[in-house]
Design a protein around this ligand. Structure first.
Ligand SMILES: NC(=O)c1ccc[n+]([C@@H]2O[C@H](COP(=O)([O-])OP(=O)(O)OC[C@H]3O[C@@H](n4cnc5c(N)ncnc54)[C@H](OP(=O)(O)O)[C@@H]3O)[C@@H](O)[C@H]2O)c1
Length: 274
């Protein structure tokens, strides 16, 4: 059965924008949501509606307007996400909560909104953006990594529960990709000049920024997602990352933890000094 109408969140920037465009180019009817669509931004080829995934009212308004424009969604792509870089010890509670609210609770709220519509139509597809950080941790991404691990576990449970209703679930697990906006990579207030983590944080976040700047092509990822959505069956996971990042996932699962920690720790420490 061909799936036609896609609702996609976080479509004003980065991978969400590239995926929305790729979906529109490959023939889907795309309703794109993001907060800044209320402030004049747009994604070509898509109906762009304001959406804040952390607000129940905003989700209701988005769903009402999307439904009246194109009817029920065949596909939901949950892409909205933010990153607050910081040390686990010194995240402010509101920083941790904001990341979880956007990256995890926001996805869950969108899923609860679309599932009754999909059930009524006899099926649908849900695509949740996770990350390689949904599979392993790196220094100073504690809040983000926690949210993406939540997305992974939740999506596995969801897939089992909704299969009888004809709904499929796919996790997208990107490694570093170019084009993500710095506006969504804030630094925690807890990293002050006198923080005991300051030196390691500066080195680690320099590596994180460099890896992202030299990351993979976001258009290619968008096309991979669109291609997967044209398939008869969705894969459970679409892992799109450089070979070294794919290898890190394997090593994480097979090496003893102290050895894996030494490899990852030195990667962020030593390369950050260069
Ligand atoms: N880029 C990468 O290397 C990479 C790697 C792994 C995973 N990912 C995942 O891919 C997704 C996109 O990340 P990105 O770095 O490519 O994009 P990005 O440039 O960081 O853009 C983030 C998007 O999320 C939206 N957003 C933030 N808070 C929102 C809210 N409360 N409600 C609705 N939308 C909200 C933003 O739009 P508004 O501000 O307009 O609302 C924006 O469109 C995220 O889930 C991220 O975790 C990215």
């Amino acid at each position: 059965m061909e799936r036609r109408v896609v609702w996609i969140t976080g479509a004003s920037s980065g991978l969400g924008l590239h995926t929305a465009r790729a979906l529109a180019e490959s023939g889907f009817t795309v309703v794109a949501g993001a907060r800044s669509f209320g402030e004049g931004k747009a994604a070509e080829g898509c109906l762009c509606l304001p959406l804040d995934v952390t607000s129940a009212d905003s989700i209701d308004r988005f769903a009402r307007d999307a439904l009246s424009a194109h009817g029920a969604p065949d596909v939901l792509v949950n892409c909205a996400g933010i990153l607050v870089l910081g040390a686990c010890e010194s995240y402010a509670p509101d920083e941790l909560r904001q990341v979880m609210e956007t990256n995890f609770f926001g996805q869950a709220a969108m899923i609860s909104k679309v599932l009754p519509l999909m059930r009524e139509c006899g099926g649908g597809r849900i695509v949740n953006f996770s990350s390689i950080n949904g599979l392993l941790g790196i220094p100073f991404e504690g809040a983000y990594t926690a949210s993406k691990h939540a997305v992974e576990g939740y999506s596995e449970c969801l897939a089992l529960e909704v299969k009888p209703f004809g709904v499929e679930v796919m996790l997208v697990e990107p490694g570093d990709h170019r084009s993500g906006s710095r506006a969504y990579r804030r630094h925690s207030r807890g990293i002050t000049a006198s923080s005991p983590y300051k030196t390691a944080f500066d080195a680690g976040t320099a590596v994180i920024a460099r890896d992202e700047d030299g990351g993979s092509d976001p258009d290619a990822l968008g096309r991979r997602v669109a291609k997967a959505l044209k398939r008869k069956r969705l894969p459970r996971r679409l892992r799109i990352a450089r070979t070294d990042q794919l290898l890190a996932v394997v090593l994480h699962d097979v090496l003893p933890a102290p050895l894996f920690d030494r490899i990852i720790g030195s990667y962020y420490r030593e390369r950050g000094k260069r």
